[in-house]
Design a protein around this ligand. Structure first.
Ligand SMILES: NC(=O)c1ccc[n+]([C@@H]2O[C@H](COP(=O)([O-])OP(=O)(O)OC[C@H]3O[C@@H](n4cnc5c(N)ncnc54)[C@H](OP(=O)(O)O)[C@@H]3O)[C@@H](O)[C@H]2O)c1
Length: 246
């Protein structure tokens, strides 16, 4: 069902939003849900085929889909060159790689940081430098509860997301004069292609069960919409009560 209330604080009507990682999982659902709230979308991902599947599921007209590997600087620049003025960006592209630190390779560590940290930070830098993000726009990073609670084997991934938290607070202060807001959505386990059968084991430690991509999309819509106009520099934890248990 589509909710279109042009003057509603939670509406995204009149806003253009860039969503990375839109070819799968949380990015895909966020893009689709934003279109249902009236936004025009620019969606990005690496797989052209799966990006087009998302594109076909968007409601409304005037959307764009741009393939890009965000770890490659010239592909980020090409994406930015095609960007209309934006009222929001959702950084959902990311990977999870598991390795206990004792077995860690520098290659894996750099791979995780390149896509989870360097890519969203440098994409944001380009969008701000070229004034593509308009005043009072909203920047949302999809991070992870692993940035706040330790799990064996998740060190590189957890560190890449914690690095985003630290950067986000500084950026929020830098951009406050333009009323550009910067926040993180911090999910625990959500059923997406990121997971394999390890997800089943997660359910037991979440009093409300594991999350859905819709849950994350709805929280992200709130942070993109005018309803959250006073909120910046925050981490919105979504964990079905998991942290309350520990
Ligand atoms: N699922 C969870 O439980 C969970 C929990 C907390 C946080 N998160 C975070 O949420 C975000 C999305 O995760 P997900 O569960 O939706 O995973 P997913 O289904 O595997 O989707 C990951 C997305 O990232 C894109 N991506 C990966 N490497 C890229 C690159 N080099 N350049 C451009 N795009 C790239 C993928 O594009 P292609 O598929 O086209 O390559 C895909 O669209 C991630 O940052 C993840 O850390 C997920």
């Amino acid at each position: 069902m589509s909710l279109r209330h042009e003057s509603h604080a939670f509406s995204l009507a009149g806003k253009t939003i860039l969503v990375t990682g839109a070819s799968s999982g949380l990015g895909r659902q966020t893009a689709i849900s934003c279109s249902r709230m009236g936004a025009q979308l620019v969606i990005s991902g690496r797989s052209e085929e799966r990006l087009q599947e998302t594109f076909a599921a968007l409601e409304g007209a005037g959307h764009d889909a741009i393939r890009a590997d965000l770890t490659i600087a010239h592909e980020r620049d090409a994406l930015v060159a095609r960007m209309p003025p934006l009222h929001g960006v959702v950084h959902a592209a990311g990977v999870q790689r598991l390795s206990p630190i004792k077995m860690l390779s520098e290659t894996l560590l750099r791979e995780v940081f390149d896509i989870n940290f360097v890519a969203p930070v440098m994409l944001t830098q380009r969008l701000l430098y070229h004034a593509i993000l308009v005043p009072a726009s909203s920047i949302v990073f999809i991070t992870s509860i692993s940035a706040r609670a330790g799990t064996a084997g998740v060190g590189p991934y957890a560190a890449s997301k914690a690095a985003l938290h630290g950067m986000m607070r500084c950026l929020a202060l830098e951009q406050a004069k333009r009323r550009v807001r910067v926040n993180c959505v911090v999910p625990s386990a959500v059923e997406t292609p990121l997971w394999d059968d390890r997800l089943l084991a997660q359910a037991a430690r979440h009093p409300l069960g594991v999350g859905t991509a819709d849950d994350v999309a709805n929280a992200t819509i709130y942070l993109l919409a005018d309803a959250s106009r006073w909120i910046t520099g925050t981490e919105l934890v979504m964990d079905g009560g998991a942290v309350a248990v520990s």
